[in-house]
Design a protein around this ligand. Structure first.
Ligand code: AVJ
Length: 318
C-alpha cells in the first residue's frame, strides 16, 4: 500500500497522486489529459473520431491509405512496431494488414483492461502476427522486452497527433525517450496536426452534438472513481478555443459556481467561472515540428500529407 496517508484508498499509485495534486493546486488548476482515457473515455474518443467536425482521424487515415506501401517499406522487414497510446488500435489495422509478416505489433496503453480486450480481438483478426501488448503509461519511461534478433529494428508508432497534447518541453522529452528506446537506426512514424483556420479547429473541439463536451466532463467522473475526487459534473461546462499565440487548442472545464473540491488527498476552492485546464492540442508547422524532432535526435526521412495540408505523417530515423 502507498506509504503516505493522502494516497490511501486510491486506485492510482503515489506518483500519480502526487502529479494530480501538483497540477490541481497550481494557481491555474489543471488535470492531466491522460485521465480522459478510461473505458468510457476511450469509447467517447472513438465517437469523436466519427464526427463530421473532427477532421484529424479521417485525414490521417486517408494519408495512411494513400501511402501505405511507402510506409510499410520504411518500417522494414523485421522488428517491432511499438504503438504509444494504442487505444482501440483502429487506425493501426491498415498497417497490421500490410506490414511485413515478421514485424511484431506492441500496443502500449495506460488502460490495461481495454488493452487486453483489444489485443485478444487483434489476435483473432491477425492470427499470423505477433501481438505483444504492454500496459504502461508511456509518459513515464517503461521497459520493453529485449529484441530476439540483433539486426531487427524497432519503430515507434505515434499517430493521432497525441504528441500535440504535450507542452513543448514535455513533447521534446517524450521524443528523446522514444529515441532512447529504439536506439540507433530505429524509427519513428508519427502523425501531427498542422496549423489551419481557427474556425476549422474550434469546430473540431466543440462539436454540435456535444460529444467532445461529454469526453471532457468524463475526466471528472474518472477521477472521482480512481483518485478519491468529488467533482460534481453538472457544475462544469466544456470550453474549447484556439490560442493563436501558442498555436494550440485549449480545453477547459469552467465551474458554474464556487465549490470546494477534494482530489487525491488535497482540496481547493474553485471559484464561479474559474477554469480547469484539461487539454492542450498543439498545431504545428512542418518546419517547426521537424526542428523539434531534430533537437531530440531524429532526422526526417519522409513526410506525407493530404491535399489540404491539414495533417502530416512523417517517418524519422535516429
Ligand atoms: C487524441 C489527443 C490527438 O488532441 O485532437 C479530441 C484528443 N481531444 N478531441 C486531439 C481530443 C478533444 C485528440 N488527441
Amino acid at each position: 500500500p502507498p506509504a503516505d496517508s493522502a494516497s490511501r484508498n486510491l486506485l492510482i499509485d503515489a506518483n500519480e497522486a502526487e502529479e494530480l495534486r501538483r497540477e490541481f493546486l497550481q494557481p491555474q488548476p489543471s488535470l492531466p489529459s491522460k485521465y480522459f482515457y478510461d473505458q468510457t473515455g476511450s469509447e467517447l474518443f472513438d465517437a469523436i473520431c466519427e464526427l463530421d467536425e473532427y477532421y484529424p482521424t479521417r485525414t490521417e487515415a486517408s494519408i495512411m491509405q494513400d501511402n501505405i506501401d511507402e510506409m510499410v517499406d520504411a518500417i522494414g522487414t523485421a522488428g517491432r512496431l511499438i504503438e504509444y497510446g494504442s487505444g482501440s488500435s483502429l487506425k493501426t489495422r491498415l498497417l497490421l494488414d500490410n506490414m511485413y509478416p515478421e514485424v511484431a505489433y506492441v500496443p502500449v496503453d495506460i488502460s490495461g483492461d481495454y488493452l487486453q480486450q483489444v489485443a485478444d480481438q487483434l489476435r483473432g483478426d491477425f492470427p499470423d502476427r505477433r501481438i505483444d501488448p504492454i500496459a504502461a503509461d508511456f509518459t513515464r519511461p517503461f521497459q520493453l522486452p529485449k529484441q530476439q534478433h540483433a539486426q531487427s529494428r524497432d519503430v515507434v508508432y505515434f499517430p493521432g497527433s497525441t504528441i500535440g497534447n504535450f507542452r513543448p518541453a514535455a513533447a521534446s522529452s517524450l521524443l528523446s525517450q522514444m529515441r532512447n528506446q529504439v536506439g540507433r537506426g530505429g524509427g519513428l512514424l508519427i502523425g501531427f496536426d498542422l496549423q489551419k483556420a481557427p474556425a476549422v479547429l474550434e469546430a473540431a473541439y466543440d462539436d454540435r452534438r456535444g460529444v467532445t463536451a461529454l469526453f471532457n466532463l468524463n475526466l471528472l467522473r474518472h477521477l472521482n472513481r480512481v483518485a478519491g475526487a468529488n467533482f460534481q459534473m453538472e457544475q462544469y461546462r466544456h470550453v474549447a478555443f484556439y490560442n493563436d499565440i501558442n498555436h494550440r487548442i485549449e480545453m477547459h472545464l469552467e465551474s458554474t459556481r464556487e465549490q470546494r473540491v477534494q482530489l487525491a488527498g488535497c482540496s481547493r476552492t474553485i471559484r464561479k467561472g474559474e477554469r480547469i485546464l484539461t487539454e492542450y492540442s498543439h498545431k504545428y508547422s512542418m518546419d517547426g515540428f521537424t526542428r523539434m524532432a531534430a533537437d531530440s535526435g531524429w532526422r526526417r526521412e519522409s513526410v506525407w500529407t493530404d491535399p489540404n495540408e491539414y495533417f502530416a505523417v512523417a517517418m524519422f530515423r535516429s
